[in-house]
Design a protein around this ligand. Structure first.
Ligand code: SAH
Length: 377
């Protein structure tokens, strides 16, 4: 990780192993890393002075040479259905979005991995924003840290967040080096201690990175498939031209095997009216996924201004679902949540200072905010 020497190290994003290595250079034993991780991630303490079981000498050095920088909330917005969205302001003027979705006994936090996205999927509003930069691992895990701090634990539960999905802005596998330590912290018993099945990384299919992932983490895998053949997927998910479906599915099989993931892969499929939602698409999809352990998650398209697609009729969604179920697939339809606060899938836009040449597609959905918004500063 290259850093300017004047920038203090932000310990928030350090995995246990990275902290062990840093402290070893200082001649400190391993257990100090465990202590620090517990203070930061379990107790939410970011002031070194309060870390009372750490020696004064080490605390002073930590304060001199490192920092624990947490994200700054630009806006916290609650939906009528209980969904909460945060717009997080980054030091460089960009903003990203994080969404919390409570549902029954579960609380799912949807986090971002990049400022914007470079992959240009035609049905996703994040893509319209262009791309600015990768988030640091501190900025990624910072979203989890923050939600844990902000959300009160529901009755009878230890905390509000039970699941994390990397399904916000960005392509997580395009930011591999920062995403891996963040995932490791989520599943680390001394940090957030989420089971590997409760952390889901969603990718549009960067095959070489997916092949490396299992060497570092065994979190659950979701794949944004969206089409049953290459001709259609090339149009909807342009990265398919580089890593076509057959390669992607082989890589999925390898991941499932390497991580011993009995639940398999979740295949996400955005339903676009008249484009990929016809009976023949369902049949082709059923043939394509034969033999791969996992399930299919259908996502009726969430429109955004200027989108070139429509959401299918409810009856078409159900017919598509039933066809897959009849073919033997566990298939679910993702209910739209938080769309009154622009927090639904594919609606996360933040504020991206576009560095690609897509600037003319800039959306500023958050420029005007209703009076009722709760501002946190
Ligand atoms: N880049 C990763 C992570 C983003 S996940 C990926 O592609 O998987 C966001 C999920 O929401 C993906 O499955 C994505 O395809 C889906 N999505 C994007 N735009 C959408 C829209 N307008 N309506 C419904 N789902 C959308």
């Amino acid at each position: 990780m290259a850093r300017a020497s004047s920038t203090p190290l932000n310990l928030l994003g350090y995995s246990h192993q990275q902290l062990v290595e840093l402290l070893a250079q200082w001649g400190e034993p391993r257990f100090r890393a465990t202590q620090l991780i517990k203070w930061i991630h379990q107790r939410g303490v970011i002031d070194f002075d309060q870390m009372t079981d750490v020696s004064r000498k080490l605390r002073e050095r930590l304060a001199r040479e490192t920092e624990i920088q947490v994200p700054e909330i630009g806006l916290e917005k609650a939906s009528s259905d209980g969904t909460v969205k945060w717009v997080l302001r980054l030091p460089d003027g960009n903003a990203i979005e994080t969404v919390f979705i409570p549902e029954g006994g579960r609380g799912t936090l949807c986090i971002s991995s990049q400022v914007g996205c470079a992959l240009d999927c035609t049905f996703c509003s994040t893509a319209q924003q262009g791309f600015n930069r990768n988030l640091t691992s501190a900025e990624i895990i910072g979203q989890v840290w923050l939600a844990m701090q902000r959300l009160p634990a529901p009755e009878g539960r230890k905390r509000a967040v039970s699941n994390v999905v990397l399904m916000g802005m960005g392509e997580p596998l395009a930011n591999f080096d920062a995403v891996v330590p963040a995932c490791q912290l989520m599943t680390d018993d001394n940090a957030y201690g989420l089971s590997r099945r409760r952390v889901t990384l969603s990718t549009s299919g960067l095959v070489p990175a997916l092949d490396r992932l299992s060497e570092h983490t065994d979190v659950a895998l979701a794949v944004s498939l969206h089409a049953p053949n290459d001709a259609l997927r090339d149009r909807l998910v342009p990265i398919n031209r580089k890593y076509p479906i057959a390669q992607l599915l082989d890589s999925c099989r390898r991941y499932v095997e390497a991580t011993d993931a009995h639940s398999g892969v979740t295949f996400e499929y955005v339903l676009l009216a008249g484009v990929n939602d016809q009976p023949e698409h369902a049949n082709e999809l059923a043939g394509l996924l034969r033999g791969i352990p996992g399930k299919i998650n259908l996502i009726p398209f969430n429109p955004f201004p200027g989108a070139p697609f429509d959401r299918p009729q409810e009856a078409d969604v159900l017919a598509f679902e039933r066809r897959l179920q009849k073919a033997g697939y566990v298939t679910t339809v993702r209910r739209t949540r938080g769309d009154d606060i622009d927090a639904a899938c594919g609606q996360l836009v933040g504020q991206v200072e576009d560095r690609t040449n897509r600037g003319m597609r800039m959306f500023r959905l958050h420029a005007e905010l209703p009076q009722t918004d709760r501002r946190v500063s």
